[in-house]
Write a protein that binds this ligand. Structure first.
Ligand SMILES: CC(C)(COP(=O)(O)OP(=O)(O)OC[C@H]1O[C@@H](n2cnc3c(N)ncnc32)[C@H](O)[C@@H]1OP(=O)(O)O)[C@@H](O)C(=O)NCCC(=O)NCCS
Length: 178
């Protein structure tokens, strides 16, 4: 049975499990998913994904589990936690695209961010998103993230240049939005 660490209405977040390596490897080889992330140029096998999951599971990275089916649908995490300045970065990937646009991304990030503010004393969360990823930008804005700048032409994908949008979130923005 999967461990429930942070529980919402649609989904819960569970510590990462190396047993899920095959599913992660499938998603990370699906270019329609990873074109939205920095992983489209990486080589991912079932075997190296196990090692990656083992490492990721040591930090604040979690599987997103659909409450109704108990199915793993993606993952999200907090990176580069700086406990002196109380900052970190966040990232998310719903690997199973049948779950896109159904509120799972917003709810899983809500759970993770609420945890970061309340239990890890984080005060500022950064994220980066490719400028064409309007679904992700909309999801982040719903949570209270604000655009703070753009790195221009910093991604070359499918033979085109794209900007990287930087967004950040403070507790007052996050709790005002809820
Ligand atoms: C980005 C991602 C995390 C969002 O999660 P999600 O569960 O699909 O998002 P939600 O359903 O919570 O919210 C998406 C919102 O974007 C809207 N949306 C969808 N397509 C859109 C588009 N082309 N333009 C503008 N808004 C769009 C949806 O209508 C919804 O807004 P609403 O609730 O106001 O109707 C998820 O789709 C995903 O993992 N995608 C692939 C990997 C990825 O992009 N990761 C993020 C990298 S920065």
């Amino acid at each position: 049975m999967r461990i429930r660490k942070l529980t919402g209405e649609k989904c819960f977040l569970s510590p990462m499990d190396t047993e899920d390596a095959d599913l992660y490897a499938q998603w990370l080889n699906d270019l329609s998913v990873v074109r939205n992330t920095s992983m489209s140029s990486k080589v991912i096998t079932k075997e190296n994904e196990k090692d990656i999951l083992r490492q990721l599971s040591q930090e604040h990275n979690y599987g997103i589990i659909d409450m109704e089916t108990d199915e793993l649908i993606g993952s999200c995490g907090l990176m580069d936690i700086d406990s002196i300045n109380r900052t970190c970065e966040t990232g998310i990937m719903i690997g199973n695209s049948r779950y896109w646009d159904r509120g799972y991304g917003t709810e899983s990030l809500y759970l993770l961010i609420d945890y970061a503010f309340k239990y890890l004393t984080i005060n500022n969360i950064l994220l980066r998103v490719f400028s064409f990823n309007e679904r992700a930008v909309r999801c982040y804005k719903k949570l209270g993230f604000r655009e703070i700048g753009k790195r221009r032409n910093a991604v070359i994908l499918e033979m085109k240049y794209h900007d990287i949008i930087f967004m950040d979130l403070l507790p007052e923005d996050f709790y005002r939005e809820q």
